[in-house]
Design a binder for this molecule. Sequence first.
Ligand code: IMP
Ligand code: MG
Length: 184
Amino acid sequence: MKRIQYDGLSFVPYIDREQIADRIREIGRQITEEFRGKRPLIICVLNGAFPFASDLFRQIDTDAEIAFIKLSSYQGTGSTGVVKEIMGLSADIEGRSVIVVEDIIDTGNTIHKLKADLEARKPATLRIATLLFKPEALKKDVKPDYVGFNIPNKFIIGFGLDLDGLARNLPDIWVHESENNSAE
Ligand code: IMP
Ligand code: MG
């Protein structure tokens, strides 16, 4: 089997680019039908969600807008980090149909905080789209509306997901070797 290494860790192929593209097309179709005429505002959460948001946005076949935000956290990147603030949300979302686009929901801490902050700005509707979801790791009461792939609690990289800043540019998704398992 093919293998790649980052930081001394070994990764093997997990979800390939065709599977990812197929799933994004399906989600795009669904969003198109549900938000036709509503001019949805897609909010891409940087950095990890940018490849997913880019592909998904182009699969939405009705008028839509996109905005980008970045979250800062006390601990930098770790999934236990406390989300401190939202940077860059200049768009007025009051009364808008908002769809937040995330790369992955792990413990749910990030999206839980972000959702509360965005809801305070009174959007008409607020949906969550995530490319990957680890239901077993979830610690918060938050459920994504659109999920690319449900995956077990394994460490993955590629297609926006990083290990210490690297591997985001891999076109496919790879899983840490000792944890290899299949996506649903
Ligand atoms: P949360 O635990 O749901 O708040 O997720 C926090 C962040 O941890 C995500 O936005 C990702 O940046 C990162 N993360 C969680 N799981 C993985 C993974 O398997 N690979 C790479 N990054 C991950
Ligand atoms: Mg992220």
